[in-house]
Design a protein around this ligand. Structure first.
Ligand SMILES: NC(=O)c1ccc[n+]([C@@H]2O[C@H](COP(=O)([O-])OP(=O)(O)OC[C@H]3O[C@@H](n4cnc5c(N)ncnc54)[C@H](O)[C@@H]3O)[C@@H](O)[C@H]2O)c1
Ligand SMILES: O=c1ccn([C@@H]2O[C@H](COP(=O)(O)OP(=O)(O)O[C@H]3O[C@H](CO)[C@H](O)[C@H](O)[C@H]3O)[C@@H](O)[C@H]2O)c(=O)[nH]1
Length: 329
């Protein structure tokens, strides 16, 4: 049966969040083309659609892609996203996250594709002055990664004004969990995110989890974050896509659960879900980590009716554990 809803280019669709997006788009009967250079992604995460290996900074590849398909919209997940690495290699980050995105936007304008959904981040806010963080909180990133994302946000606003490029900016807080089927999930090498590392410690793949800092001004001294399920992130994109298809104006939304959990609380929840001991050692703060990041997601709730379906941290961890166990076998 032919797909009826449209054709979407998913850039970075072989990555963690992008692969969950591809699955939801296919389920919602969109045709999906994935552009991914597999730099941090993995072919085995791609759940369907047409994978075109290549870089979004390659104008020739883009021209061929846009000439060969009638895209209704582009979803852009491709980026490097390790904060610490961005501090040491800013040129690599500005090249990959900003310059390559410029090439993609140029191709879109050239081929008259004017709907765009962008994966931004809580890192655009920097050190928050108020919690929960609303979208009108000042944007003062504290690292090059956040700077590159904010630069793209500003570029998008200018492209809307000049070329009518309608876009939705989605500022994710901490993406976590895996699809319930257990066949796609977080697969980074090296892994830097808390929950997958905690689960590696639970299964004995690593000796312990190191807690970065126990002297923050939080209830137990460890950093507080807002964990949001990867399928909830993908569902927000579907809602944003629907809105853009119906002529919505450009908008910026936070995506979080609005609940904050400390690193110690995440470890405790993981112990309870896995039934494993999870050895912990404490270490110094990781440079650049704000003490508390918790989203207000009221704006997208009101505008698009989005609400996380995976509301509890335990449920989120359970889906990640399910994926982790299937990986091991
Ligand atoms: N994971 C999180 O908690 C989180 C939080 C906030 C924002 N984000 C943003 O969400 C997006 C997806 O994150 P993720 O965790 O799925 O990352 P990921 O590394 O798993 O996925 C990124 C994908 O993009 C591809 N890619 C990177 N550069 C490319 C290029 N130049 N050309 C083509 N493909 C390229 C990679 O191969 C990979 O498949 C990123 O933009 C990230 O900055 C992630
Ligand atoms: O081995 C570890 C790994 C992480 N942490 C702590 O766990 C918390 C969560 O860390 P993650 O690395 O999982 O996530 P971040 O909050 O650093 O980063 C997330 O949010 C950022 C925005 O602030 C970016 O968007 C980034 O891409 C996204 O993964 C932090 O307090 C971190 O210090 C540890 O204690 N030990």
């Amino acid at each position: 049966m032919p797909n009826k809803n449209g054709t979407i280019l998913v850039v970075g669709g072989a990555g963690y969040i992008g692969s969950h997006m591809v699955r939801q788009l296919l389920a919602a009967r969109y045709d999906v083309v994935i552009l991914d250079n597999l730099s941090t992604g993995n072919r085995k995460l791609v759940p369907g659609g047409e994978l075109v290996p290549g870089s979004l900074g390659d104008a020739e590849v883009l021209d061929r892609l846009f000439a060969g398909h009638d895209f209704d919209a582009v979803m852009h997940f491709a980026a490097f996203s390790q904060v610490g690495q961005s501090v040491n290699q800013p040129l690599v980050y500005y090249r990959n996250n900003l310059a390559e995105t410029l090439t993609l936007l140029e191709a879109m304008v050239r081929h008259d594709v004017r709907r765009f959904i962008f994966s931004s981040t809580a890192a655009v806010y920097g050190e928050p002055t108020a919690i929960p963080i609303t979208e009108d909180h000042p944007c003062l990133p504290t690292n090059p990664y956040g700077n590159t994302k904010l630069a793209v946000e500003r570029l998008l606003a200018d492209c809307d004004a000049a070329y009518g490029l309608k876009h939705t900016v989605l500022r994710y807080f901490n993406a976590a969990g895996a699809d319930d089927a257990g066949d796609i999930g977080e697969l980074h090498d090296p892994e830097t995110h808390l929950i997958p590392i905690v689960l590696q410690a639970a299964s004995g793949l690593i000796d312990h989890i190191r807690v970065f800092g126990t002297d923050y001004a939080t209830t137990d001294g460890t950093c507080v974050r807002d964990y949001v399920h990867v399928n909830d992130l993908a569902r927000a994109h579907l809602l944003a896509l629907d809105a853009l298809m119906q002529g919505a104006d450009s908008a910026t939304y936070n995506l979080g659960s609005s609940n904050g959990y400390s690193v110690n609380e995440v470890i405790a929840a993981a112990r309870s879900v896995t039934g494993k001991e999870i050895p912990v050692v404490t270490g110094p703060r990781r440079p650049g980590d704000p003490a508390i990041l918790v989203a207000s997601s009221e704006k997208i709730k009101h505008a698009l009716g989005w609400k996380p379906a995976y509301a509890s941290l335990r449920t989120i961890i359970r889906t990640a554990w399910n994926w982790h166990l299937k990986q091991a076998h």
